[in-house]
Design a protein around this ligand. Structure first.
Ligand SMILES: Cc1cc2nc3c(=O)[nH]c(=O)nc-3n(C[C@H](O)[C@H](O)[C@H](O)COP(=O)(O)OP(=O)(O)OC[C@H]3O[C@@H](n4cnc5c(N)ncnc54)[C@H](O)[C@@H]3O)c2cc1C
Length: 385
């Protein structure tokens, strides 16, 4: 189905982005999966093309393009032709906005230029061994010591955990209040900051997901983003964008899996005819086609809502829920249609199936998305008593 939101300039942009991922990134994906991380130069190479933080102001070296459709194109082309573990989406779409929205001008001057060139790789650390969905249960603390903050605690499952040069770390700043959270910018090499091992995962093999440890890290006051008690409010301001970024990735993964499978079932034969000629295969493909088209329309509409400054966390939760659940169902059907080949790692669909499992878990689980949507309908036990 023709997508309605893109203009001619977006189509031109997509062509060059697609070429970049096909020639510069995709050919390294296998090596990166084997080594368990993406080579750092991938970020600087993307930076040279102007593909990182496109929205950033020109005074920091950005392109000043505040149009999410360009970012959407980069996410889509990376998933289709590049490497799903190359977390350009996390860098540009999830973490850098914290600096842009809540950093002061000195902080933006200090950090944004390196993020735009790709010399500074970003990560965000909220999840802890004891808590993920329920961030109010966070244990990491930061204590005000006058001229600095003293950070203690640990984080886990942190994407870009090994490569990151700059990490937004959430920590509790008032023992009396569950909701007083600060966002601290931790830089590689700070004394007391250590990276744990890169965690072995079901999928996303080239992503360096890690544990991080903070032992009496002296964080300069100049490394605090905004008000050190308002971290929760800051996180929630960025969540709508984060959910949409996740939904965009899941839609492209579903579409790519669909295309791979369509090709496979037109050539693979059983009982003297192509698999795609069996009614069951046709029905599966038809069902996927209809659901992908419908959900893609919704996601595209929300890209325009984000551009207009109207995207709410609740509607973005609907998008994340729908897109990631659909991705899961599509991957399952596509593996089935590949037969035994679908279970073999040498086939891309096998790796995509494993990669896809996490999208219903990270950036807020499907259950948490439903809670958010449900509460927006007034179905909140705290208000219903
Ligand atoms: C590959 C990967 C990369 C990640 N990257 C990052 C990162 O870069 N930074 C970061 O901070 N975190 C990251 N995470 C962490 C991720 O965001 C959390 O795993 C996720 O939020 C779920 O938290 P949890 O693992 O503690 O699960 P839990 O919160 O323990 O949840 C377990 C189960 O209980 C359900 N549940 C919990 N609460 C409710 C409720 N109220 N109602 C109904 N069901 C509920 C959940 O939906 C889930 O099914 C990553 C995780 C993975 C796997």
């Amino acid at each position: 189905m023709r997508r309605m939101i893109f203009e001619a300039e977006h189509d031109d942009f997509r062509r060059s982005v697609s070429r970049f991922f096909q020639t510069e990134i995709g050919p390294h994906a296998e090596k990166w999966r084997e080594q368990g991380f993406v080579d750092r130069w991938a970020y600087t190479k993307a930076g040279e093309q102007g593909y990182l933080l496109l929205w950033a102001d020109e005074k920091y070296g950005g392109a000043g393009i505040d149009d999410f459709r360009y970012e959407q194109i980069i996410i889509e082309e990376n998933i289709r032709h590049g490497d799903i573990g190359f977390y350009i989406n996390l860098h540009t779409g999830l973490v850098a906005p914290y600096i842009e929205k809540f950093g002061n001008d000195e902080q933006k001057q200090r950090w944004l230029p390196g993020c735009i060139t790709g010399e500074k790789i970003l990560a965000v650390a909220m999840t802890e061994p004891g808590t993920g969905s329920d961030l109010a249960g966070m244990k990491a603390t930061a204590v005000d010591k006058g001229d600095h903050w003293l950070l203690n605690g640990s984080k886990t499952y942190i994407s870009n955990g090994q490569l990151a040069d700059l990490i937004v770390v959430a920590a509790r700043t008032d023992p009396e209040s569950k909701h007083a959270i600060g966002l601290f910018m931790i830089e590689a090499g700070m004394e007391g900051f250590q990276r744990g091992k890169s965690l072995k995962k079901l999928g996303l093999k080239s992503q360096d997901t890690s544990e991080l440890f903070f032992d009496n890290v002296k964080v300069p006051k100049a490394n605090v983003l905004g008000d050190p008690t308002k971290g929760f409010a800051y996180l929630s301001q960025c969540l709508a964008r984060e959910r949409l970024v996740a939904a965009v990735g899941s839609m492209e993964a579903a579409q790519t899996a669909f295309d791979l499978t369509l090709e496979y079932i037109t050539t693979r034969k059983a009982f003297g005819k192509p698999i795609g000629a069996f009614q069951d295969a046709r029905f599966k493909m038809a069902n996927m086609r209809a659901q992908i088209d419908a959900t893609q329309c919704f996601i595209d509409q929300l890209a325009m809502e984000l551009n207009a400054g109207r995207l709410t966390g609740e509607v973005a939760a609907e998008a994340k829920l729908l897109a990631t659940e659909l991705e899961g169902r599509v991957m399952d059907d596509c593996v089935q249609l590949h037969g035994g080949a679908g279970y073999m790692e040498e086939y891309r669909i096998c790796r995509m199936y494993a990669d896809a499992r996490v999208t219903r878990i990270f950036a807020g689980t499907s259950e948490i998305m439903k809670e958010i949507i449900g509460r927006s309908l007034g179905l909140d036990e705290r208000k219903m008593k």
